[in-house]
Design a protein around this ligand. Structure first.
Ligand code: ATP
Length: 194
């Protein structure tokens, strides 16, 4: 089984995340893609993310009609800060040696990997697929030969920050997130500034 491990804050999951998962699954012939939301992340943290319960529920809702996509709570359930190298170690232990785990990330994160906790070790041991992102170069920061695939996806400039800002202003977000996620945000009053 070839499994993509797509980590992120997913606050909230948006249409570009799903487009990326579909593109890498097709291009790299993955059997499935796991969405792995952060709990208390160490290399993110520009804003205080919504409760992992909400972020996970929105991922579940977004994946409900895509049988090859699933939510994975390995980082949310960890009691200490999350590092990607720990995520892969825990998943390898959980799934066994026959599972091929392939890290999925955007070009912004690819460029930052060497600065991550045990980044060089992560690059030496992981297989990775990185996708293009406007404003970031899609270049190999030094993976061993054959370990990194680069995949071009449509250059859509929005991020979860765009979704949160629009929701806070009461602006429509239906073009940016699946309908079930939009419904969840409204029902739970997420991201409103009141
Ligand atoms: P935020 O605005 O809160 O930082 P984000 O959408 O940029 O949110 P995450 O939710 O952590 O960030 O994204 C998970 C992964 O998806 C990351 O690897 C990120 O690089 C990638 N990603 C998110 N949006 C895009 C995009 N528009 N194009 C390419 N990659 C993206």
């Amino acid at each position: 089984m070839r499994t993509g491990v797509f980590g992120g804050t997913f606050d909230p999951i948006h249409r570009m995340h799903l487009l990326i998962a579909r593109a890498v699954r097709r291009e790299s012939r993955l059997d499935r893609v796991l969405f792995v939301p952060t709990g208390a992340s160490s290399h993110r943290g520009a804003h205080e993310a919504a409760d992992p319960v909400h972020r996970a529920a929105m991922i579940s809702a977004a994946c409900s009609e895509e049988p090859q996509f699933a939510l994975c709570l390995v980082d949310v359930e960890r009691s200490r800060p999350t590092y990607t190298i720990d995520t892969l170690t825990d998943l390898r232990r959980q799934f066994g040696p026959r599972e091929e785990l392939i890290l999925v990330l955007g070009a912004d994160n690819l460029a930052a990997i060497p600065t991550w906790h045990r980044g060089p070790e992560l690059m030496a041991s992981a297989h990775c697929i990185a996708v293009s992102r406007p404003g970031h170069q899609l270049v190999d920061p030094g993976f061993p030969s054959g370990r990194l695939s680069l995949v071009h996806v449509p250059p859509l400039r929005f991020s979860a920050t765009t979704v949160r800002r629009r929701a806070a202003l009461g602006m429509p977000i239906g073009a940016l997130v699946p309908m079930a996620v939009e419904r969840y945000i409204v029902e739970h009053d997420l991201y409103c500034t009141r």
